[in-house]
Every structure is written in C-alpha cells, then in structure tokens.
Design a protein around this ligand. Structure first.
Ligand code: CTP
Length: 425
C-alpha cells in the first residue's frame, strides 16, 4: 500500500479497497480523485471521497452499494451516484469523462473518456491528481500534469489556456484555493485569469452557479481575505453592480470575522451561523430593499436568507440608535433583539462597534436570548385564573421580571402569579 492512502482512516481505506476489488473483478479501472487526493498529499483533513470508474458500467455502483449495505442516490442528469454507508461514509461515484464547452461559460457536453482526459478537464493541476484503487496498485499516485510538484511549489496552475473562459467560476475557485492553502496563482495562469475577468466572463455564468461558488468562498475561514483578493483580481460587479469595497467596508469585514469567532467560542452549543450570508449582507449594503429582493430572486436565495438580508437593512438603524443609549432597560433590549437572527445581531455589533451597544448585545446573548418563562398559560389556568386576553399581559410582565432578575425560579413565578385575583369559574 502506498504512502498517501495510508493517511485515510481505516474504514475509509477498507471501503476504497472494496471498490477497487470489485472494479478489478469486472475488468474496470477505479480511482480516487479531486480534493481528497490533494488534501491527502498536503496532510489536510478531507473525507469527501470522489471516485471515478472507467469504462462506464451501470452495475458497478449498485453492486458496490449492495456489498457495502449502502443507500444509493443516483443523479441521472450528471450520470453520477452517491453511496451512503450505514456508518454515514459518503462516496461519490462518476464515470471518467471529458468535456466539451459548446459556448464559453455554458454547461459542458460530456463524453466518456479515459482517466487522463478526465483529469485534463479539471480546474487546476493540484486538483487533477488521482490515486489508483485497483488491488495490484492500491494507493499508487496518478499524476499526468505535475500536480504533486505544484503542491510542493505551492502553485495554483490551470491545465489549458481556455480554462477560465470555459468555466469562469474557476476565477473564484482560484482565489479560494490560493487563499485557503496560502499558495500563489502561477504567473501565466494569473495573466489568463485577469484576461478572463477583464472580459467580463463571470457575468456570463448563470446566477445560480455563481451563487454556489460565491457561497463556497464566503464560507471559507478568513473569508474577508478571500473577498479582498477577489475584489483585487476580478472586482465584485459579478455579484451586483452596487457591490463595492471601500476602506470602511474592509474594516467591517474583518470585524465580522472577529464577531463570528467570538460567538463560536462563547456559545459553542448555539446553532451554526450562516457566515456566508453575513458577508453577503455586508457586500449588499448599498442595495435598496427592492434591489435586494430582485437580487434574491436572481440568485435563488431562500426566503429565510432574503429575510435576514432585508431585516438587517430595515432594523439595524433603529436598533443602533436604541442600543447605543446607556441604561436601556433589559426588557427594551430584549424587544429589539429577540426578533432578529444571530446573523443580523452580530452584523449590527460588527458594524457599529460602540462600547455600550456591544455590551448591551453581549448581555442579551449571554443571559436573555431564548429565555424560557418559568410559568405558562396552563399554570395560570391551574392556579384558577379564568382564561382571557389578560394572560398575555401577565406572561409579559413575568418575562420582564425574569429579564430583570426579579424572578429567578419557577417557585417564585408561581407565587407571584397567585397574587392575581381574577374571576373564577
Ligand atoms: N472541478 C473542476 N472545475 C470546477 C469544479 C470542480 O475541475 N469548476 C473538479 C476539481 O478536480 C475538483 C473536483 O472537481 O477537485 C471536485 O470539486 P469540488 O468538490 O468543488 O472541489 P474540491 O477540490 O473537493 O474542493 P473543496 O476542498 O473545497 O471541497
């Protein structure tokens, strides 16, 4: 067994070995490809297993699924399949293919091919490496395009001159890998990247593909660095003509990054943040509400995502005015912040860094967000209060007393409720 594949956990290796054994019985070839190979060589964790088989064999996937007792999802449109094992290991399977782009930036026409052509159609040399999975050569590196050398030299290099024209999303991908891996875009590739972005190639990509690629770059650790570099190399017009990065926004972006990491360390158990949406909201700051709506439709944002972008626009100015005052009652802070998502609250904190505002928000997040009442309408009923609209008022008062720390247990809440005298049945 060769060195790189040994770096995978045993259960992943065993699964790949089984795929190799089955392919060999069928007289086929099978390879591990893509980002997983790149990261195995770099020693970075990546358990996204992509395999390529050659030639096409409709039974291979279903037989492998049966042997692994895995669930199989077939993606007819792309002629690929995903297997999910009982231990939740995911394996993506495709048939080796080469691609022809009928027009720049269009989806390619796919034709069956050998592994060499399959690797040649890929974005960068470092992503065009494969590992042989056949038992005879299990773990053997397949490196037609000097990907390993570029990994050593820390270079992002395209495989052919029209790469950025055929698939302009690679402009964003080049920046993403360059920044993530702390590599350099190789000079000739950089020249071609600038030519393609100068020719407005990103504007020719369908908005949904742009959104997917944009989401990936905005999800990276240290996304502000990525955005800055993307802005330098390609501009941000492809997102929206009103997207810009003045100096003020740069400070804002890195502040967002700080807020995200302090939120994660302070509240590790709260739901994961949609960090990409926070950066996107910042980039869309110059758009009106109507423009945001139009953008959301074009990019296919979900309703909940659009709502958060708009709610930042709509509520942040008034929230800031109120939250920067000293001695704002906790009940009022709660009323302002409770309807807002974590993303919007943290964006407000990042953008308007006044000390009082920050303290008010931190206090709310630590002590009051999602506070649970010590008593419910049911309790009021059980304590003999006839149901009516005033229930809401009582519970609201209870909430305020809890927020102010004047009631801090269920027992105290119930004895406070008992003081109410109301009509009985
Ligand atoms: N690929 C490509 N051109 C694209 C997208 C993908 O050539 N526009 C190829 C690359 O070989 C890439 C592989 O498809 O390695 C898998 O794509 P993806 O999962 O997006 O990339 P990864 O390299 O796995 O990146 P990440 O680590 O971010 O998941």
């Amino acid at each position: 067994m060769k060195a790189y594949i040994k770096r995978l956990p045993k259960q992943f290796r065993d699964l790949l070995y089984l795929a190799g054994k089955l392919a060999s019985q069928k007289g086929m070839n099978v390879y591990l490809v893509g980002g997983c190979v790149r990261d195995l060589i770099l020693g970075a964790p990546n358990l996204d297993l992509d395999i390529v088989v050659q030639p096409e064999c409709p039974n291979f996937t279903s037989e492998l699924a049966a042997r692994l007792n895995a669930r199989m999802v077939v993606h007819q449109r792309f002629k690929t399949a995903t297997l999910i094992t009982p231990r939740k290991i995911k394996l993506d399977i495709a048939t080796a293919r080469s691609e022809i782009y009928p027009q720049p930036a269009s989806l390619p026409v796919v034709i069956p091919a050998g592994i060499k052509e399959d690797l040649a159609r890929r974005d960068f040399t470092i992503n065009a490496l494969a590992i042989d999975l056949l038992p005879d050569n299990f773990g053997g590196l397949v490196d037609f395009y000097n990907g390993r050398q570029d990994l050593e030299k820390k270079l992002i290099r395209i495989l052919h001159d029209s790469s950025f024209i055929d698939d302009p999303t690679r402009i964003i991908r080049a920046v993403r890998f360059e920044q993530r891996l702390k590599f350099k875009i190789e000079p000739y590739s950089l020249e071609l990247l600038k030519d393609a972005s100068g020719a407005g190639m990103l504007n020719q990509v369908s908005p949904h593909r742009l959104r997917d690629e944009l989401m990936l770059i905005l999800k990276e650790e240290g996304a502000s660095r990525h955005i800055l570099r993307l802005n330098t190399l390609a501009g941000l017009d492809f997102i929206h003509s009103k997207c810009e990065l003045p100096r003020k926004n740069l400070i804002y972006l890195s502040q967002i990054e700080k807020e995200i990491s302090s939120f994660r360390s302070m509240f590790p158990k709260r739901r994961a943040l949609d960090t990409w949406l926070m950066y996107l909201t910042a980039l869309l700051a110059n758009l009106s509400k109507e423009e945001i709506k139009k953008f959301s439709r074009r990019f296919g944002l979900r309703k909940g995502e659009e709502k958060r972008v708009i709610s930042f626009k709509k509520f942040s100015p008034s929230a800031v005015l109120k939250l920067t005052r000293k001695n704002v009652p906790v009940g009022e802070i709660y009323k302002i912040l409770e309807p807002l998502s974590f993303e919007v609250i943290l964006l407000i904190k990042a953008k308007y860094g006044k000390k009082t505002l920050r303290l008010n928000i931190e206090n709310y997040l630590r002590h009051h967000n999602g506070i649970r009442l010590y008593a419910s309408g049911n309790d009021l009923n059980k304590l003999g209060l006839l149901p009516g609209a005033y229930y809401k008022r009582i519970l609201n008062q209870l909430l305020h007393l809890q927020l102010e720390g004047k009631i801090s247990s269920r027992r105290a809440a119930l004895s406070w409720i008992r003081r109410f005298k109301c009509p009985r049945n």
